[in-house]
Design a binder for this molecule. Structure first.
Ligand code: GCO
Length: 459
């Protein structure tokens, strides 16, 4: 059956982030980021690659914007690299870094594509990490100062802003279990990183509004959490996991409180006052969705553990009071993540129920899948039918959520290009466009043509 109709003003977009696509990590005065350091730690990146070149988007951005124009997307969600703008994390501003985003924004505008910048997509300036990074409250203040600088330069042409991306992953993977930069394994000692990123979001909203920025939102990862069994222990473990990955981030932003008192008491600083900053009204809220997570009580160490969580197949340390379990009965992407389109409907309707009138209009700011399909050696075609099926299924689920009353205004595919997939390196490919990392040649996949068709229907 054909896809259901979406509203004519529904925003179709694609997403990417600076560190994952730009490369040129030493160009134009850019300072090092925490990810430049982390990728150089032996064993941190599964395929051993660095992101010094990534997709070469820094030089090839015109070609990439042309690919977006060919798709017909209404918006490009990219991120601004903080260490390009503030190489040392505090002053002085690197004008050459700002100039790049100025050119990118102009190029997008010239092609009729709305620039939708994210200010923090994980590449903390290394100089700030050396002072404690997100464990240090000052990083939130530095972020606000940086947000002002960027908005003063770009707000005249940017119709849609994103403060921070997936603070849950930075907290839990970066500071909790050390699978991502900065590679700290603090377990519950990571909680201050959550609070300070939330504070950065709130202070960032203030800074953006003061600089005249319009339509400000956040991009947060959320997953439905399924209890592995009906028993009390499994349900308690699933509830805790839901608290730590979903509600700990959405509640402060949307309701002005932490979901539970014990959690609030573990956060640093004047928490009540901070929560007023964190919960400043937003114009919209962005949800990144990939798959549900199945969680149970910790099992004995020799019991079967899983891949396939929203945490990229990462095994959680046995000290944690929950364990990730396989989700059986669904297809899997090449990353091993289960393909559960209805999880998107479940998630969005669940948020609608939980937050009610406090929930601003939603955008799906990321949704996508890793499949390794490459160009056919003879025809050059990249036949990625499984990616088409993934997005088709998720768009149907999204439409059902809208029919059930959830106000969703747009959908961004992760990602326009195959790119540097964090701890996986280059071996997971999420793009609508294939990238040959030896030549940086771009080849639109079948899914690119399919998405162009989806976008074009309403016109
Ligand atoms: C994010 C995501 C992306 C990933 C994507 C696939 O932070 O928004 O982690 O950067 O590439 O989610 O894992």
């Amino acid at each position: 059956a054909p896809l259901p109709e979406f509203p004519s003003d529904f925003l179709w977009g694609v997403s990417a982030s600076a560190f994952q696509v730009e490369g040129a990590t030493a160009a134009d005065g850019r300072g090092p980021s925490v990810w430049d350091a982390f990728t150089r730690r032996p064993g941190s990146i599964k395929d051993g690659t660095l992101a010094d070149t990534a997709c070469g988007h820094y030089e090839r951005y015109r070609e990439d914007v042309a690919l977006m124009a060919g798709l017909g997307v209404g918006a490009y969600r990219f991120s601004v690299s903080w260490p390009r703008i503030l190489p040392d994390g505090r002053g002085p501003v690197e004008e050459a870094g700002l100039d790049f985003y100025d050119r990118l924004v102009d190029e997008l505008c010239a092609r009729g594509i709305a620039p939708a910048p994210t200010l923090f997509h994980w590449d903390t300036p290394l100089a700030l990490e050396e002072r404690g990074g997100w464990l240090n409250r000052d990083t939130a203040e530095r972020f606000a100062a940086y947000a002002s600088v960027v908005a003063e330069r770009l707000a005249d042409r940017v119709p849609m802003w994103i403060t921070v991306n997936e603070p849950a992953e930075v907290t839990l993977l970066g500071y909790g279990i050390g699978e991502h930069a900065p590679g700290k394994r603090l377990l519950f000692g990571a909680l201050p990183a959550a609070h300070h990123q939330l504070l950065a979001h709130g202070l960032g909203v203030q800074a953006l509004r003061a600089a005249g920025a319009q339509r400000i939102g956040i991009a947060a990862s959320h997953s439905p959490v399924w209890a592995a069994g009906d028993g009390e222990e499994d349900r308690a473990a699933a509830d805790l996991y839901d608290l730590l990955t979903n509600r700990m981030f959405a509640d402060p932003v949307l309701t002005g409180s932490y979901p539970d008192e014990a959690l609030a008491s573990m956060m640093p600083g004047p928490v009540a006052e901070d929560l007023r900053t964190i919960s400043a009204p937003l114009d919209w809220y962005g949800v990144n969705y990939y798959n549900p997570v199945r969680v149970g009580a910790p099992r004995p160490a020799d019991a079967v553990r899983t891949e396939g969580s929203s945490y990229a197949g990462v095994e959680l340390p046995p000290e944690l009071p929950f364990a990730l379990e396989e989700i059986e009965g669904y297809e899997r992407t090449d990353f091993g993540w289960p393909v559960v389109p209805d999880g998107l409907r479940e998630l969005l309707t669940g948020m609608h129920r939980r937050y009610g009138g406090r929930l601003p209009p939603l955008y799906v700011t990321e949704n996508g899948c890793s499949y390794g399909d490459g160009p056919d050696p003879v025809t050059g075609r990249v036949a990625d039918a499984r990616r088409i099926a993934y997005h088709d299924g998720h768009l149907r689920a999204l439409h059902r959520a809208m029919e059930e009353g959830v106000d969703v205004r747009g959908y961004f595919v992760w990602s326009i290009l195959d790119n540097f997939e964090w701890a996986e390196g280059h071996r997971q490919r999420f793009g609508l466009v294939h990238v040959d990392y030896a030549t940086l040649r771009r080849t639109p996949k079948d899914s690119y043509a399919w998405y162009r068709g989806v976008i074009g229907r309403g016109r």
